[in-house]
Design a protein around this ligand. Sequence first.
Ligand code: FAD
Length: 395
Amino acid sequence: MNNQPYDVIFVGAGVMGCAIATNLLRRDSQLKIALIEKDLSYEFSSTVLSDGNSRVQFNVKENIQMSLYALEVLKTFAEDMAVDGEKPEIGFRQQGNLFLTDEVGRAEVQAGLALQQSLGGEVAWLTPAEAKAIYPLLNIEDGLFVGATFGRKDGTMLPQAVLEAYKKKAVALGAELIEAEVTAVRHQNNQVTGVQLKNGDVLSAGVVVNSAGGWGTQIARTCGVELPMKPVMRQVYVVETAVRPDKILPLLLLPSGTYLIHEGHGIFMTAHSHPDDPVTTTDFSWQRHKFEERIWPELAEFLPDFDSLRLTDGWAGIYAVNTFDGNAILGEWPGLRGFFLVNGFSGHGFQQCHAVGRYLAECILGLPPALDLSIFSPRRILENTPVFENKQKII
Ligand SMILES: Cc1cc2nc3c(=O)[nH]c(=O)nc-3n(C[C@H](O)[C@H](O)[C@H](O)COP(=O)(O)OP(=O)(O)OC[C@H]3O[C@@H](n4cnc5c(N)ncnc54)[C@H](O)[C@@H]3O)c2cc1C
C-alpha cells in the first residue's frame, strides 16, 4: 500500500466494486484505485451466496434494459475478461425462467410482459398447459395458476466466477486490492476525503464508493448518510428428489415468490423471502425449519412429485433490502460530494453488475451514460419519488 492519495476508493470488493473498478480503468488507465475488502475469502459476501440468476422479467424499463445489456456482455464475457490469456469460466446456462402467475398478479405480469417485449426481450405468455409442456412436473389440475411468462434467454451462472473475473481484470488493469476493514468514510466541508481503516491507517481519495453490500447502511452512517436499507438474512435450501428430468428445467417462480432452480438429476435449489427473516449482518445460521414448515407444502402442491424429498444442504445470505422501493440506489449522494452509492439491490443485484459497473464508472468520470439509470438516483429518496418494481413481493 502506498501513501499517495487515490482517485477512487471502494468500500467492499464484491461483484459491484470490482465491476465498477474494471469499467473505470477501461476508460482511464491512469486512475489510482483501491478496492478495499474486509474478507478476501468472501465467506459472507452476498455475491458468492447468491443463486446467480439473470432474467429480463422485470416491470421497470431500466431493470429490463440492464438485463438485456447483461445478455450482451455475457456473449463475449470470457474473451473480454481474459487475463494473460486465461478466460474465466462462468457456467452460464440459459435454461430459461418460468414465472407462474395467479389471478391477483396477472395484470401486473402482463403489463411487464408487454414492456419486456417492446424492448426486445424474448419473453412469451404461456397457458397452464403450455407451461406444463416445458415443466412436466407442474400440477395444472387444481387452478393454482392462470398462466406464466417464459423468458427463454434467462438463466443462471456461477456468481463467484463472475466476481473473480471482474476482480482479476480490475487488478490486471491496475487496481490495488487491499484486505482491510473500513471503519469510517471521512469527509470535510461536504466533500469526501477518504476512509479510516480498522488497523488505524487513513487512505485519502476524493471519491469513495459504498460497495459494501449488506453492510452498506452502516458504512453510510459513518459519514452521516441514512440509507433506507436493511440487511435481511435469506435462506436457501437444496433438496434431492426422485424425479429425473431428461434435461435441465427452467427456473420456476411460484406466484408467492418461492423459486426453484433445477441443478441437474434430482437436485433442486429453492428459497422464499419471508417477512420475518432476521435483520442482521452477523447471524448466518441456517433455518431448516422454514423449509419444512412453509416451503415444502407449497412445492408439493404445485409439484406433486415433491411430496417426497430429502433436504440435503442450505445456507443463509444477506439481501441488502431497499425498504423505500426495493430497487437499486445508484449515484452520488446529494449533499456529500464524492460519496457514491451502489446499494439496495435486494434480490436482483448480481445480474445488474454489468450495467451498474458501466453506469457508475460513467457517473464518477462525468461521462454521458450509455444507459441512463438516473431513475435510480439517491435523490429520489429525498424527494420521496419511489420506483416500484413489483407490488407483490421483493425478489
Ligand atoms: C440467497 C441469495 C440469493 C440471491 N440470488 C440472486 C440472483 O439469483 N440473481 C441476482 O441478480 N441477485 C441475487 N442475489 C442478490 C445479489 O447477491 C446481490 O445483490 C449482489 O451480489 C450484491 O453485490 P455487492 O457487491 O453489492 O455485495 P457483496 O457481494 O456482499 O459485496 C460487498 C463486500 O463488501 C465487503 N465489506 C462490507 N463491509 C466492509 C468494510 N467495512 N470494509 C471493507 N469491506 C467491506 C463485504 O465483505 C463484501 O465482500 C441473491 C442474494 C442472496 C443473499
